[in-house]
Design a protein around this ligand. Structure first.
Ligand code: GN1
Ligand code: MG
Length: 366
């Protein structure tokens, strides 16, 4: 999307003369994101986003959840100033609303840019891994006493792996694609693992895992690191904060951070790094250990295995459906992304014993 078309939208949030510049921002695969530089009050920068209406049926629910979340953690953060932890606050429209709906019905919002921080698409070292673990643990701790019933389900079915499988089955039956070797490989990979896809949901039905508020998308690029200290000081992208299982979050964070090659690589380069996995889990438990149960630890490995498989399944299904969900730069990109996640799932499975041993080491009840 051209920034020229976005200027009238930005003018709903800032006096037009104060808008000093605007450019596309980040590598998100769902929303459209822009960095807006202003000349007012100290020349602050802001993040302007159009929430994808193809993905989120009720963007206003996202905004209501953000209010509930901010109200819940604000007081707590004031009591922990030494940690320097921040959340991206909302900046309202000139007429005092949390979001603006344009003539097409698209929902736009503005968040405060967290200055002097940076994010990464691939991890640089193991100390960043510990920082990420601490940050996710801190986020979960801050919201662990927030009643999940107060949050809307902004994306029904999100991270319920068996539901993605059901959708895949319907799309695969339509069979629009000729069977290339990569496509055959993906169908086969899914067929061999489908029986294990419901492991977390089964844990929930058995009363071992509890619904809690989760982040929903704690991938590496959503953690902000302080430019000077290198500490992780924020977790952004709060659209999918909703009731869920923390194992999906922990799994998603591990699958994203421990894949040295990153999400946009090739399957041959992919390897799941267990040293980083240990550092992330150590950091996570240091912050979140107070509310974790023994079952929670037992399911960390399954959460990781399932989420890499789930994301591969989502990319592959989107490819088969004609790339309608994730943004792509080429027709084959979602197939390539699926192959990368499946290679990662295979690397995780190969190292199952090692990863399970790390989870066990950390579990005080084991
Ligand atoms: C999507 O839009 P973005 O890049 O923040 C997706 C996540 C995936 C991620 C993979 C709402 O997040 O679930 O893990 O891509 N978000 C949604 O990069 O589907
Ligand atoms: Mg996201």
């Amino acid at each position: 999307m051209m920034t020229d078309n976005v200027l009238p939208v930005a003018a709903r949030f800032f006096p037009p003369l104060e808008i000093a510049g605007m450019e596309p921002h980040g590598t998100g695969k769902v929303n459209d994101t822009f960095l807006v530089k202003t000349s007012g009050a100290g020349g602050q920068s802001f993040i302007l986003q159009r929430i994808s209406s193809a993905v989120f049926a009720h963007p206003e629910w996202i905004m209501e959840n953000m209010r509930v979340l901010f109200d819940h953690v604000e007081g707590k953060l004031r009591q922990e100033p030494e940690r320097g932890w921040r959340l991206p606050g909302l900046h309202q429209t000139l007429d005092g609303r949390d979001f603006y709906r344009d003539g097409d019905g698209s929902c736009w919002r503005v968040l405060r840019y967290i200055a002097k921080t940076r994010s990464f698409d691939t991890m640089e070292n193991v100390s960043q891994a510990r920082e990420v673990g601490l940050a996710l643990g801190r986020f979960h701790r801050l919201i662990s006493d927030l009643d999940p019933a107060r949050l809307h389900d902004t994306l029904p079915g999100f991270h319920i792996t068996p539901r993605y499988l059901g959708h895949y089955d319907r799309v695969a039956q339509a069979g629009r694609h000729a069977a290339s070797p990569d496509i055959v490989f993906c169908h086969d990979f899914i067929a061999r693992r489908r029986a294990q896809a419901g492991v977390l949901e089964a844990g929930r039905s058995a009363g071992k895992l509890t619904l809690r508020p989760i982040h929903g998308d704690p991938k590496l690029s959503n953690f902000l690191f302080d430019e000077e200290s290198g500490k992780a000081v924020s977790l952004i992208d709060l659209d999918t904060v909703k009731p869920g299982l923390i194992q999906y979050d922990v799994g998603d964070c591990l699958r994203s951070c421990c894949n040295r090659a990153g999400e946009e690589s090739s399957p041959g380069e992919v390897f799941f790094d267990t040293e980083r996995c240990r550092a992330i889990l150590q950091g996570y438990v240091a912050e979140a250990g107070g509310f974790l149960t023994s079952h929670d630890y037992d399911y960390f490995y399954d959460g990781l295995r399932v989420i890499a498989f789930e994301l591969g399944l989502r990319f592959f299904t989107d490819y088969l459906e004609g790339n309608i969900y994730f943004k792509t730069l080429s027709a084959e990109q979602n197939l390539q992304r699926a192959l990368v996640q499946f290679a990662l799932a295979a690397s995780i499975e190969k190292q199952a014993a090692k990863i399970a041993a790390i989870c066990c080491e950390l579990n005080p009840w084991a």
